[in-house]
Design a protein around this ligand. Structure first.
Ligand SMILES: C[S@@+](CC[C@H](N)C(=O)[O-])C[C@H]1O[C@@H](n2cnc3c(N)ncnc32)[C@H](O)[C@@H]1O
Length: 265
């Protein structure tokens, strides 16, 4: 159980009596095969306002967390980095600066509108080469096995239908010795902060989403999906079980977000 008594995910797929697999979509239970379309439609719908909402919701703090991710990754020119669920390209643009034109970045995201938004941002920033934009599913990546040096995933994996499948895909495409980094929210907050966090995520954020993106429900889902994600020890265990060694994590901003690291064995 999470601090506030919400069942945290470890979740939760189960078979009903008809044999159909059900999974969490926020607090709703949906058929596993239904979930990707629900998630894709949601991000397609908010894509144009996504970056603005990120800044407003986190008061810009998501930028510090992403900076921390890049610092821990320490990208080297010449590497091939795959950013899964890369959305509008925040991680890719930051790494591109570090590569100074000497590496390859692949952004893969299954929302066409998020990817389109990312490409447009690239043009606006004058970045027209060095980043390949792919529309594809992080659970069946359109890439060869052992083909990338580093895999990153920032705030994407909790939306996937199966964490296990996503992690196995990460292990498949990484070269042996390759680096895995994943940034996600923590479903459990420090005692004392939890009531405030609860109010903020379930009242303020959906209200902001309604005003800024015209979509209150999608931002409520985002808050719910955080509560359904595993706590750090459980997620780290899944990462290990998928074939990663040296798995560790760092708490960011008093444990609001968590950065996970592992190495492909
Ligand atoms: C919260 S956004 C994060 C975007 C970006 N990484 C960032 O930090 O700003 C989550 C992203 O995950 C993508 N996503 C969700 N499920 C996915 C899947 N199965 N395969 C690929 N992308 C997925 C969504 O389309 C969305 O762009």
């Amino acid at each position: 159980m999470g601090t506030l008594g919400y069942p945290s995910r470890m979740a939760e797929t189960n078979k009903d009596s008809g044999g159909d697999e059900q999974v969490d979509f926020g607090y709703r239970r949906v058929e596993a095969e239904e979930k990707p379309k629900l998630v894709r439609d949601l991000f397609d719908g908010v894509a144009k306002r996504y970056d603005l909402m990120n800044d407003l919701m986190s008061a810009g703090t998501h930028r510090l967390w992403k900076r921390e991710m890049i610092a821990w990754l320490a990208p080297k020119p010449g590497m091939c980095l795959l950013d899964v669920a890369g959305g509008t390209g925040d991680i890719a643009f930051r790494v591109n600066v570090r590569f100074q034109g000497g590496g390859r970045i692949i952004v893969c995201d299954f929302s066409e509108n998020m990817v389109a938004q990312g490409r447009m941002r690239g043009w606006d920033k004058g970045i027209v080469s060095g980043i390949d934009w792919l529309v594809g599913d992080g659970q069946s990546l359109p890439l060869a096995s052992s083909s990338v040096d580093a895999y990153t995933n920032a705030f994407g994996i909790r939306n996937f239908t199966s964490l296990e499948t996503a992690l196995l895909e990460a292990a498949r495409v990484l070269k042996p010795g390759g680096r895995f980094l994943c940034l996600e929210f923590n479903p459990e907050q420090m005692p004392g902060l939890d009531r405030l966090y609860e109010f903020y995520s379930f009242s303020v954020i959906p209200a902001l989403g309604g005003i800024v993106a015209g979509d209150r429900d999608s931002y409520r889902y985002l808050a719910e999906s955080i509560r359904r994600f595993p706590a750090p020890p459980q997620f780290a265990k899944l990462v290990r079980e998928a074939g990663f060694g040296g798995v560790t994590w760092r708490s960011l901003s008093g444990g609001i977000a968590v950065l996970y690291s592992g190495w492909r064995t």
